[in-house]
Ligand binder design. Structure first.
Ligand code: ZN
Length: 285
C-alpha cells in the first residue's frame, strides 16, 4: 500500500492505494499551522493501516538536493509557520517508511507524463491559480537543476494596453505570476476571468502571457506537451485561446511543429495526488 500527500498552501490531499492510479481512500484537510496539519495527516495514515512508502508533492520552495542536510524541507516560504519545516523527515519518522519528495508541480508533471503514454517523452505542467508554478519531466525524470524550476517568475513581453499595471509579485512585480495569476487578474478587473464576458479583453491578454510561457517551454526544452491546470485554467475557452496564441507566436518556426500540444490535465484534479503516489512508488524502488 502506497501513501501520497499533495501538500498545498490551502489544503493537503492525502491518499492511499495499491498503486498510483488505484486510490482506495483519500482525505482532504485544510492547511493550518505546520504542527497541527502534519499531525492530522500522520493520524489519518495510521488509521489506513501500514503503508510501505510515502510520496509528497509539496508547495515550496523546497530542498530537493539528496546531498543536502536540508533535503525534504520546505525552506524560505513566506507562508507563516512553514519556513524550515522538515516535512519529509517528519513522515519518515512518524510512519517509518521511505519517503519520496518533490515539488507539487513536478509531482503533477510526473503523473501527467505517465498518463500521456509512450508517445510523449517530455512534458511540462503549469498551474495557473492563486500563484503560477511549473514542473518539468524530461525522459521520465523530474528536472531539478540546482534547486527546482520557478516558471511562474519569468518576465513575459508586456502588452501595450497592459503597461500601466505594475504587477503583483512581491519579488518581481510584472513577472508571469504578477501578471496572469488569479490575484493579478482580480487586481486589474475586480473579478475572476471566468466571471468576465467572453469578449472581455482580459481573456486575450491573459492567454497571451500564458502562451508566451508555453512558447518558451517549446523553444527551450522542446517538450511535447504543456499541460495547464489550476483555477484560472478552468476558465471556459482559455486553453484554446492559449493554444491559438502560442501558434501565432511561433509563426511556424519550431521543428516540433504541431506535435507541440497545450492541453488540460488528462488526470483532471487527480494529477497532483497521483504524482505523489508515483513518488512513493519510486521511493520504494
Ligand atoms: Zn515573480
Amino acid at each position: 500500500m502506497l501513501g501520497g500527500i499533495e501538500a498545498g498552501g490551502t489544503k493537503f490531499v492525502l491518499a492511499v492505494g495499491p498503486g498510483p492510479r488505484t486510490i482506495t481512500a483519500r482525505r482532504s484537510i485544510p492547511t493550518g499551522d505546520a504542527a497541527t496539519t502534519l499531525a492530522e495527516a500522520a493520524a489519518w495514515f495510521a488509521e489506513q493501516g501500514q503503508v510501505t512508502a510515502l510520496g509528497i508533492g509539496s508547495f515550496g520552495p523546497v530542498d530537493l538536493d539528496p546531498a543536502s542536510p536540508r533535503w525534504g524541507m520546505i525552506t524560505n516560504t513566506p507562508k507563516a509557520g512553514w519556513a524550515d519545516c522538515d516535512i519529509a523527515g517528519f513522515f519518515a519518522r512518524e510512519l517509518g517508511v521511505p519517503v519520496g519528495f518533490d515539488t507539487d508541480v513536478n509531482a503533477a508533471a510526473l503523473a501527467e507524463y505517465s498518463a500521456a503514454g509512450a508517445a510523449c517523452n517530455s512534458l511540462a505542467y503549469l498551474t495557473i491559480g492563486t500563484g503560477i508554478g511549473g514542473g518539468l519531466v524530461l525522459d521520465g525524470r523530474c528536472v531539478h537543476g540546482i534547486a527546482h524550476p520557478e516558471m511562474g517568475h519569468i518576465y513575459p513581453r508586456r502588452a501595450q494596453e497592459d503597461r500601466d499595471f505594475p504587477g503583483i509579485c512581491p519579488h518581481h512585480g510584472d513577472c508571469l505570476e504578477g501578471l496572469a495569476s488569479g490575484p493579478a487578474i482580480a487586481a486589474r478587473w475586480g473579478a475572476s476571468l471566468s466571471h468576465m464576458p467572453a469578449d472581455h479583453p482580459a481573456h486575450g491578454l491573459i492567454a497571451d502571457y500564458i502562451a508566451q510561457a508555453c512558447h518558451m517551454l517549446f523553444a527551450t526544452v522542446a517538450v511535447a506537451d504543456v499541460v495547464i491546470g489550476g483555477g484560472v485554467a478552468n476558465t471556459p475557452g482559455l486553453i484554446e485561446r492559449v493554444a491559438k496564441r502560442a501558434r501565432e507566436l511561433d509563426a511556424g518556426y519550431l521543428p516540433g511543429g504541431t506535435r507541440h500540444r497545450i492541453i488540460r490535465p488528462r488526470l483532471g484534479e487527480d494529477a497532483g495526488i497521483t504524482g505523489a503516489l508515483m513518488l512513493a512508488e519510486r521511493a520504494l524502488a
